[in-house]
Write a protein that binds this ligand. Structure first.
Ligand code: PEP
Length: 226
């Protein structure tokens, strides 16, 4: 498959933007993390589009957890991937508890979805022995997203050789798991970043909110095979 392009709208968007997006993107190597409330609508518009949730609850199945959304509910809305441990959630909502992250990973996998586990430079701390075992046992259903803190939303990316070195390290350490790079990817740097041979794709925040820009990133992934 072509290198994987995952957009993350964060807390942005509208139903009309979902429409515009689905009307103009058909590529199979693209997935989009939209606010959870839009998932059912997007699925009803195009059940083939790869939908990503930006988070899920530590609680599984159904129950008295007001305001929470379980992996079981997400899969019923047509969701195929769930982002776990995004750095904004780790910071804003103190979601650095490794056992909570592990619970979420378990909930995602037990619902036959794929987890996109975000880590930054502190990956050795964020991935403990149990998480490591989990990744090993679910290697085809976990994607690592390496997002250096200095690059998220800043417009600054590490050099290609810096990204490449860290990816090689991560691949060695984490059983050749599929890895996305995230952090200020845009239409100008996408081709160079996506050309890194050990990279399987990119996680795109801000630039996924500009349709033209995002489409250029998709074009940059043409003929690059993961
Ligand atoms: C992100 O939030 O995952 C991200 C990569 O954001 P941006 O592309 O805006 O840096």
């Amino acid at each position: 498959m072509n290198k994987f392009i995952v957009g993350n709208w964060k807390m942005n968007g509208s139903l009309s933007f979902v429409d515009a997006f689905l009307d103009s993107i058909e590529e199979q190597n693209v997935a989009i993390a939209i606010p959870q409330v839009f998932l059912a609508y997007a699925y009803s518009r195009n059940p083939k589009f790869k939908l990503v949730a930006q988070n899920c609850s530590i609680y599984d199945k159904f129950g008295a957890h007001t305001g929470e959304i379980s992996a079981d509910i997400l899969v019923g809305l047509g969701c195929q991937y769930v982002i776990i441990g995004h750095s904004e959630r780790r910071h804003m909502f103190e979601e650095d508890n490794i056992s909570n992250i592990l619970k979420k990973l378990n909930n995602v996998i037990s619902n036959n979805m794929t987890a996109i586990l975000c880590v930054d430079e502190r990956y050795e701390k964020l991935i403990n022995r149990e998480t490591l075992e989990f990744i090993k046992d679910n290697i085809h259903n976990v994607i690592l997203a390496y997002e250096p803190l200095s690059a998220i939303g800043t417009g600054k990316t590490p050099s290609i050789s810096e990204i490449s070195n860290i990816l090689n390290l991560l691949k060695q350490k984490y059983f050749s798991v599929n890895i996305l790079y995230g952090g200020s990817v845009n239409s100008k740097n996408a081709r160079d970043i996506l050309s890194i041979s050990s990279l399987d794709g990119v996680l795109v925040g801000g630039a996924s909110l500009k349709l033209g820009e995002f489409k250029e990133i998709i074009v940059a992934s043409k003929d690059l095979i993961a």
